[in-house]
Design a protein around this ligand. Structure first.
Ligand code: ZN
Ligand code: ZN
Length: 352
């Protein structure tokens, strides 16, 4: 701020308190920047834009949705960065919820990966030794490393499904997860739009699933195996992680129908965020369609299916601002305790 042109060349003296205050934004930024999830990396956003441009030309301006959830034909700028979506209050609230969650996230991740992870891993190894005897100490090769990456992903997807399903079905947990669904428009940041209380739940799930796969493969290979990687992350996690960036984007990325029965296309997550009753509690896994198919929650939308996003007109006005979303679960729990019943929820009991 200082006007250096009139000041002397000497640096002004900065006391420790001023220094601390000046460093604060940097510290907060570091905490955020070091915890940006993989699917928010700029490279992935650029890949998303690249595919969106291809879709724009292929479908001649069709294939993107507006804030109202209807597919429409638009020019390229409106296709990639629609004004009605990016100026929506929901998109702004996404940013603040994301910042709060990112700042708190390191604590959950460190705490849970340091406890749940190793505990699960050791329990699996001990359990297998008890059931099957000493480790067979297999020789590792690339195929096994690929398999390890695949099993890790399938474990993760399963635990993700179970947690997600539970959050949709149990009102006290839906009160937390509802904040993800109160998004009225989808932007890449909606991926991380969560109530801060959801952080430890997802982190515990990740630690549990990766700990389980790690224990299984550590037993088989006497501890000596690593996952096959692509760009330094698990092979399949990288490939499928790309969909994390796409699926909270308003452009419909579709796969052929047969493939959507195996892998969730980003467009399938558009229905997960819709408040239409037929879309409630569908497509709940993160990556594959296997578990949704097994448990009857798979929903493959038609081309350009109408998907109005949010929790529905009845309760949406209670979940618009950052503050409303932050106190939301506490308000719901209070109502539940006070009335002895579950509060109205946008989604809840029946699955499709
Ligand atoms: Zn959900
Ligand atoms: Zn979502």
């Amino acid at each position: 701020m200082a006007d250096n042109s009139t000041a002397s060349n000497a640096e002004p003296i900065v006391g420790p308190f001023t220094d601390m205050v000046q460093q604060f934004p940097t510290a907060v930024w570091n905490a955020i920047a070091s915890n940006i999830p993989g699917d928010l990396h700029w490279d992935r956003i650029l890949i998303t834009l690249f595919f969106a441009i291809l879709i724009f030309f292929y479908y001649q301006g069709r294939g993107s949705k507006g804030a109202d959830g209807y597919e429409r034909k638009v020019g390229i700028l409106q296709f990639l960065l629609p004004v009605d979506i990016y100026t929506h209050v929901s998109a702004r609230v996404d940013i603040w919820l994301w910042v709060l969650e990112r700042v708190l996230r390191p604590f959950w991740v460190v705490a849970l990966f340091a406890t749940v992870g190793p505990y699960t891993e050791q329990s699996v190894i001990a359990g297998l030794e008890f059931l099957l005897g000493a480790t067979p100490a297999l020789e590792t090769n690339f195929i096994w490393m690929l398999l390890y990456a695949l099993v890790s992903l399938l474990c993760y997807d399963f635990i993700f499904y179970v947690i997600h399903y539970t959050m949709h079905k149990i009102p006290a947990l839906w009160a937390i997860h509802k904040i993800h669904h109160s998004a009225e428009v989808l932007t890449p940041l909606t991926r991380s739009r969560e109530h801060f209380l959801a952080g430890p739940i997802w982190a515990a799930g990740s630690a549990l699933s990766f700990g389980f796969a790690a224990g299984l493969f550590a037993y088989l290979f006497d501890g000596g195996i690593t996952q096959a990687t692509l760009f330094n992350v698990g092979f399949f996690s990288f490939l499928f992680g790309l969909t994390g960036a796409f699926r909270h984007y308003h452009v419909q990325f579709r796969y052929p129908r047969w493939l959507e029965k195996w892998i969730q296309s980003p467009a399938m997550h558009h229905t997960h965020h819709s408040y239409l009753r037929k879309h409630w509690d569908t497509n709940m896994a993160a990556v594959t369609s296997i578990y949704d198919r097994m448990f009857g929650t798979l929903y493959i939308p038609e081309q350009d299916e109408y998907t109005p996003w949010g929790i529905g007109p009845e309760t949406q006005h209670e979940y618009r601002t950052f503050w409303q979303n932050t106190i939301g679960p506490f308000r719901d729990w209070y109502k539940m305790i006070a009335s002895g019943s579950s509060p109205q929820a946008g989604a809840a009991p029946e699955s499709d």
